[in-house]
Design a protein around this ligand. Structure first.
Ligand code: FAD
Length: 391
């Protein structure tokens, strides 16, 4: 098989890229190791910045999102009995949209299939060859058979544990990494959520109450990195959440059936440059931000907008100037965003090794944000997201 752009991974990065390339008149094939059902049911992000919403709209894929999404106008941070309320439209003139990543993925897949966009499920990529030649190849295993996809370019959109980044020869790419000693235990519950996204920094640890729909809450607790999620009975989860949210009477947060749970270790990771030979990396394959900033999906979309722009330009003009700028262009946004997510992570979590001195500094900072509109505006501006700059 042969194509112009071989895309590895049908997560948000790979799916958006295929649609954007198609719009630019560039053909592509997506190879995805998992089944369609698995990919469509993977619960993760839910906060969409204006740039991500704009991209769905420009592709004509926003009809269901417009019907089913919720608009988030506020963000609350609780600490020591106080609440910082960030009025997003008042501080920035903008809001964010709540629409589950798995719903975005379903919409993108359905549209790929109806448009005849080649998308192979259960096609596990095993290796990449000739990355620095004219015709790079993707080797994959499908139905017990070894197959090869020959391409002009390869887009590595296969997430943190994928094979693309690992195919870059040693020494050609630098890894920057910070791993935290804790994780988030996340659940989905059939219960009406709090009206605003609500973070808390309590002496028992961080928690977050967010929304997926009017009847589904997405709730997180900071837990030890090696904790077993099965050790958290539903009753224990609810009890801990009430305590961390200062909901002493257990009336504010409505308990419901917990129907999904997962654990994610917090880390920051950036690989640079985001390109080697004819391989271009995008999304979680090349950077991970702690979920505190709610940015991973949005960063993946910003990457592939730039990549599609650069590839479209190449096929129209035979000029490689935009492809040559891809990594530098994306990394500016990536570092700023990782910086924001890191600051939010450090401000809101209880660090096991922290000690009383750093803990008091954390609360002094929260007190300052509580009293300063300028400090609130700085957080709100980064939360709603940077405007997208075309490559
Ligand atoms: C708990 C949690 C909460 C989050 N909350 C938010 C949020 O609120 N807002 C936000 O913006 N982001 C959030 N994120 C991050 C967001 O989910 C990711 O950044 C996003 O999924 C990245 O998309 P991607 O397409 O780059 O990678 P992925 O979604 O990981 O997709 C990669 C795809 O590649 C496939 N693949 C891997 N290896 C191979 C192979 N060898 N062959 C073929 N296919 C392969 C995988 O199966 C997968 O489908 C959250 C993440 C977590 C874990």
């Amino acid at each position: 098989m042969r194509t112009q752009v071989g895309i590895i991974g049908a997560g948000p990065a790979g799916l958006f890229l295929a649609h954007l390339l198609r719009q630019a008149g560039v053909e592509s094939v997506i190879l995805e190791s998992r089944s369609r059902a698995y990919v469509e049911s993977r619960v993760r992000a839910g906060v969409l910045e204006a740039g991500t919403v704009e991209t769905l709209s420009a592709l004509g894929l926003d009809a269901r999102m417009k019907r089913e999404c919720m608009i988030d106008d506020g963000l609350d941070i609780r600490f020591r009995g106080k609440t910082i309320h960030l009025d997003l439209p008042g501080l920035t003139g903008q809001h964010v949209v709540i629409y589950g990543q798995q719903e975005v993925v379903k919409d993108l897949i359905a549209s790929c299939i109806s448009l005849g966009q080649p998308l192979e499920f259960e096609a596990k990529v095993t290796g990449l060859t000739s990355l620095d030649g004219e015709r790079p190849e993707i080797h994959y295993l499908q139905g017990g058979e070894d197959k090869v996809l020959t391409c002009d370019f390869i887009a590595g959109c296969d997430g943190y544990h994928g094979v693309s980044r690992a195919a870059v020869p040693e020494g050609k790419i630098t890894h920057y990494e910070k791993t935290y000693d804790f994780a988030w235990l996340g659940v989905l519950s059939r219960s009406p959520p709090l009206p605003d996204m609500t973070y808390t920094n309590s002496d028992r640890g961080f928690a977050l109450c967010s929304r997926r729909s009017t009847q589904v809450s997405r709730l997180y607790l900071q837990v030890g990195a090696d904790e077993n999620p099965e050790a958290w009975s539903d009753a224990r989860f609810w009890d801990e959440l009430h305590q961390r949210m200062f909901d002493a009477d257990k009336v504010e947060i409505v308990e419901g059936e917990i129907f999904q749970r997962d654990m994610a270790r917090l880390r920051s990771f950036i690989a640079a440059p985001m390109q080697y030979g004819r391989l271009y990396l995008a999304g979680d394959a090349v950077h991970i931000t702690p979920p505190t900033g709610a940015k991973g999906l949005n960063l993946a979309v910003a990457d592939v907008r730039s990549l599609a722009g650069a590839l479209g330009h190449f096929y129209r003009t035979s000029q490689r100037d935009k492809l040559a700028r891809y990594s530098e262009h994306c990394l500016k946004r990536v570092w700023r965003t990782v910086g924001y997510s890191t600051r939010m992570t450090e401000l809101l979590h209880k660090f096991p090794e922290q000690g009383a001195y750093r803990r008091e500094l954390q609360f002094a900072e929260l007190d300052f944000i509580h009293s300063s509109r300028a400090a609130q505006a700085a957080i709100a501006e980064q939360y709603v997201g940077m405007p997208y700059e075309p490559i």
